[in-house]
Design a protein around this ligand. Structure first.
Ligand SMILES: NC(=O)c1ccc[n+]([C@@H]2O[C@H](COP(=O)([O-])OP(=O)(O)OC[C@H]3O[C@@H](n4cnc5c(N)ncnc54)[C@H](OP(=O)(O)O)[C@@H]3O)[C@@H](O)[C@H]2O)c1
Length: 307
């Protein structure tokens, strides 16, 4: 399985990368914004994975030009089996705008990965194991249609929540489009980890929040990134049929059972999903991304048969 992980240099992405590296049949492509952290992560993984099984791609998701450059590098992968849409900013002390003029959470946590994923779908369709896109997206948040870039009203929780809903709407829309063709060639689903994960976020939040988290940790409210990796790794390794059954859903695991979690009316509304899709394409303003989207929305005959 060849698996691309965004945000592989810390936190849940790194935990999932470690768990997957322990499986000899995996090849990992790690995407991160820091050359040095990517080197360190690859070196750590090389303790259980041969160096040729781990490739790194530097890409700052706060920059559309970096996403385009990463896609040019990724073009030489003839097939890709999975993408983990995971990278994200969590706590932020103030409202940051990117060089593209967008809310940083919206762009990093959602829009850049919308663009990345759309441009990788043909490679995922070529997967012999059944291509899949797994979105790291818990069940909260809302979309501010009249203020998507949160210029009027911002706080970091609002910004994270909006990006989470956007990711879930994108996952569900991708599923709709594949399902309309009768066969989901690429499974697209969201997964919420049932317990909060002790990640690098705990190093960047303000001290009072960190103290509160430390107390909660003592009461068993957190799991480690390695525990998270062990829970999530099977989503990337399971067979095509198992993966296809999850497509279009937001799932979590409780008491060993998979449960559906989606209750957000907008994620459940096909018209709202299409609306966000159209807005997102316009914001990307990228011809290749527009073509990738058109290929999916065109009549079924336009989708070339899978090899
Ligand atoms: N922790 C939880 O319990 C939990 C639960 C559900 C969902 N989530 C979500 O899971 C995702 C990962 O969060 P985490 O808790 O694992 O946080 P984390 O430890 O801070 O890891 C975030 C990852 O995203 C990367 N990243 C951030 N900004 C980036 C950018 N501009 N370009 C490329 N990569 C970037 C980080 O890179 P660096 O290593 O360079 O910082 C890091 O690898 C987030 O979307 C978060 O909202 C977390």
């Amino acid at each position: 399985m060849k698996i691309l992980i965004t945000g592989a240099t810390h936190g849940m992405g790194r935990g999932v990368a470690r768990a997957l590296a322990a499986h000899p049949q995996t090849e990992l492509v790690l995407l991160g914004r820091s050359e040095q952290l990517l080197r360190e992560t690859a070196a750590e993984l090389s303790q259980c994975a041969a160096p040729e099984r781990v490739r790194v791609i530097r890409c700052d998701l706060a920059k559309m030009r970096d996403v385009r450059a990463a896609l040019a590098e990724l073009r030489d992968l003839s097939a890709l089996d999975a993408v983990f849409v995971n990278a994200g900013i969590g706590y932020a002390p103030r409202h940051e705008k990117t060089e593209d003029g967008l809310d940083a959470h919206f762009q990093v946590n959602y829009l850049s990965q919308f663009m990345l994923t759309l441009n990788l779908l043909e490679q995922l369709e070529a997967s012999k194991q059944g291509g899949r896109v797994v979105f790291n997206a818990p069940a909260f948040g809302e979309v501010r249609w009249d203020d998507l870039q949160l210029d009027k009203d911002w706080d970091y929780e609002l910004a994270i929540g909006q990006a989470m809903v956007a990711k879930r709407m994108f996952a569900a829309r991708l599923h709709d489009l594949y399902a309309a063709r009768g066969e989901p060639r690429v499974s697209c689903f969201s997964y919420e980890i049932a317990k909060t994960v002790w990640t690098n976020q705990l190093n960047v939040i303000p001290r009072p929040m960190r103290l509160m988290a430390t107390v909660m940790k003592a009461f068993g409210r957190f799991i480690s990134v390695d525990e998270c990796g062990d829970i999530m790794a099977p989503l990337f390794l399971e067979g095509r049929e198992e993966s296809a059954k999850k497509s279009g859903r937001l799932l979590t695991t409780k008491g060993g059972e998979l449960l559906d979690r989606e209750k957000n009316p907008e994620v459940l509304d096909a018209a709202a999903r299409k609306r966000l899709w159209d807005v997102s394409l316009a914001l990307c303003g990228d011809e290749a991304t527009a073509r990738a989207a058109q290929r999916l929305t065109a009549p079924p005959a336009a989708l070339a048969p899978a090899p």
